[in-house]
Design a protein around this ligand. Structure first.
Ligand code: PBG
Length: 332
């Protein structure tokens, strides 16, 4: 049947009708809130509050461990299921040894948050770029390229140390080949077979990470990440990445960034039938905040539309700096 018997506007007439046939719904239970924890912010006279604002990401601060615990409490009270932790260590070195230090910043923050808010999920980003003095995500060879297999060993070691500290899930974001399998084996060997892996499976080499690299002080000192992160042009390869991670034991697969990659989210969801996370990254957040501050966009409407689109594309979980605001907006 076509027009005039069929009129799609019939079901758009009132809020109740629209609600009845809405295909995609948002709930705070689907969002994960990323947080940056910085060594030395406690007791720093330059930051008496234990917080350091990130200029390009209004509303997001780098946090002392104490402030991270407080913020985690706010997150839990809003009904959000979890946080994703990034660390800024005391010192950086060639191999990023701060990443697997049992007393490292993420390990300390994880212990403190779990002690204060045991039901909140602590997910840890597993990567070396915030810990290496050169800012790349792994061990460098003499020629400046990243040595895959040497890096995988360090990344697996990092994941185990996070899980030992109490991380509920570990989330490798380095894009080395074989790291999910290596992490699974290392966790299992350490008696941590119940710790799930949320793999950054299709992580693209993206300009949208700019504000994050300021926030986490993790920009590569030379070159770029195209030798390990994916080419934004490739969709088939993203599906291969996700399928390989599933084979290696990933429990959740991720697509990152989200907005310019909605087609990839859909393809990965259809191809894997796995829980899919999408990372609504720092540059996506910064764009909305800047446009809203300039009066060009309605922030609330834009964010809720964006999050809905990411979910409609096939994401079960959305990692987003808007999580706290969105949770509040969904309450009223
Ligand atoms: C670490 C990592 C990055 C992001 C998450 N984990 C940066 C990068 O790969 O350069 C980006 C997150 C964001 O932009 O919000 N490898």
């Amino acid at each position: 049947m076509a027009f005039p018997e069929t009129r799609l506007r019939r079901l758009r007439a009132t809020p109740a009708l629209r609600g009845l046939v809405r295909e995609t719904r948002l709930s705070a239970s689907q969002f994960v809130y990323p947080m940056f924890v910085e060594h030395g912010l406690e007791g720093d006279p330059a930051h008496p509050t234990g917080r350091a604002p990130i200029a390009s990401m209004p509303g997001v601060d780098r946090l002392s461990v104490e402030q991270a615990v407080a913020e985690a409490g706010e997150v839990a009270a809003l009904g959000l299921p979890g946080v994703l932790l990034f660390g800024l260590p005391a010192e950086k070195d060639a191999d990023g040894s701060g990443a697997w230090d049992p007393d490292g910043i993420v390990q300390r923050a994880t212990r403190a948050i779990k002690a204060a808010h045991p039901d909140l999920l602590v997910i840890t980003d597993v990567c070396l770029c915030e810990y290496t003095d050169h800012g790349h995500c792994g061990h460098l060879r003499a020629d400046g390229t990243v040595d895959n297999d040497a890096s995988v060993a360090l990344i697996a070691r990092t994941a185990v140390s996070h899980a030992r500290a109490g991380a509920d899930l570990v989330a490798p974001s380095d894009m080395m080949d074989g790291r999910v399998g290596a992490i699974r084996a290392a966790l299992d060997e350490d008696g941590l077979s119940d710790t799930p892996i949320m793999a950054y499976s299709a992580k693209f080499s993206s300009a949208f990470y700019g504000p994050f690299r300021e926030a986490a002080d993790s920009a590569p000192a030379f070159g770029d990440r195209r030798g390990y992160q994916m080419d934004p042009a490739n969709g088939d390869e993203a599906v291969r990445e996700a399928l390989l991670d599933v084979q290696e034991g990933a429990d959740i697969v991720m697509v990152k960034p989200a907005l310019a990659y909605l087609d990839v989210i859909r393809r990965v969801k259809d191809a894997t039938a796995m829980p899919v996370a999408a990372y609504n990254v720092s540059g996506e957040y910064a764009m909305v905040k800047a446009a809203a501050a300039a009066g060009h966009l309605d922030e609330r409407a834009t964010v809720l539309e964006t999050l809905t689109a990411i979910r409609r594309a096939g994401a079960d979980i959305v990692i987003t700096y808007h999580a706290k605001d969105a949770a509040r907006w969904l309450q009223n």
